[in-house]
Write a protein that binds this ligand. Structure first.
Ligand SMILES: CC(C)(COP(=O)(O)OP(=O)(O)OC[C@H]1O[C@@H](n2cnc3c(N)ncnc32)[C@H](O)[C@@H]1OP(=O)(O)O)[C@@H](O)C(=O)NCCC(=O)NCCS
Length: 202
């Protein structure tokens, strides 16, 4: 695989992102959760719903040539989505996406990030500096999943560090940080509008 590039996600990426999420769940979480739970998580997601999520959150994709091989987004102070195509796994794509998200969070003035990690993603979030806050049983399409609530404290950046760069050092956010977020105070631990997880059941 050629070195993936990271760029802002576009509404036109919705179909590719939807397929990527399904593949990542089916292949990369097989054996982590029971097969019927994996299938329940992987199915029922429409490109329209993904497009709506793209439009209201700050998202990025990793691309290799024209292929979308990774996707992640920031919703308030939550790293809400982090998916990498299994064929591109284990090569630092998730780290590159995460670092872009963290740079954006710092540029937005956030002093912490949260994530609700699958058991598959939890080791990666630990490597990114997150600590466990607790575990939950959540429902997705009626089936239970154990997930890990995680958080990372961010030191405030110096003003000239508040630039979002991709893995090649280019500024990928520019002035495109979703402006309403800059204008609104960001509450601590707001409810996620787009979480892939269903309601907490225990
Ligand atoms: C979890 C996932 C995003 C990781 O993507 P990836 O591109 O393979 O991850 P990376 O190669 O960037 O690895 C990131 C770091 O986590 C570490 N890591 C990843 N998986 C790991 C594992 N199973 N055990 C231990 N460490 C792991 C890597 O060693 C790496 O550490 P480093 O950067 O300090 O060297 C990907 O497997 C995926 O999409 N999983 C299925 C969907 C999912 O669960 N998404 C999260 C929903 S909350």
């Amino acid at each position: 695989m050629s070195e993936p590039a990271v760029r802002r996600v576009l509404p036109a990426d919705a179909e590719a992102v939807t397929r990527l999420i399904e593949r990542a769940i089916r292949i990369s979480t097989a054996g982590v959760y029971p097969a019927e739970a994996v299938e329940a998580w992987a199915t029922g997601r429409t490109a329209e719903a993904v497009r709506a999520m793209i439009e209201v959150t700050d998202g990025f994709v990793a691309t290799a040539g024209k292929a979308v091989v990774g996707w992640a987004n920031l919703d308030g102070d939550e790293v809400d989505q982090l998916y990498v195509d299994p064929d591109a796994g284990g090569q630092g794509v998730a780290r590159r996406l995460y670092e872009t998200i963290e740079a954006l969070a710092r540029a937005n003035g956030l002093d912490q990030l949260r994530a609700v990690a699958s058991l598959r993603a939890e080791p990666a979030f630990r490597r990114f500096g997150f600590r466990e806050v607790g575990t939950d049983q959540v429902a997705f399409n009626g089936l239970p999943f154990t997930v890990v609530r995680m958080a990372k404290h961010l030191d405030r950046p110096l003003p000239d560090q508040a630039v979002v760069r991709d893995g090649r050092g280019r500024d990928v956010a520019g002035h495109g940080v979703k402006s309403r977020r800059n204008e609104m105070p960001i509450p601590l631990f707001p409810p996620s509008r787009t979480s892939p997880w269903g309601s907490v059941v225990t």
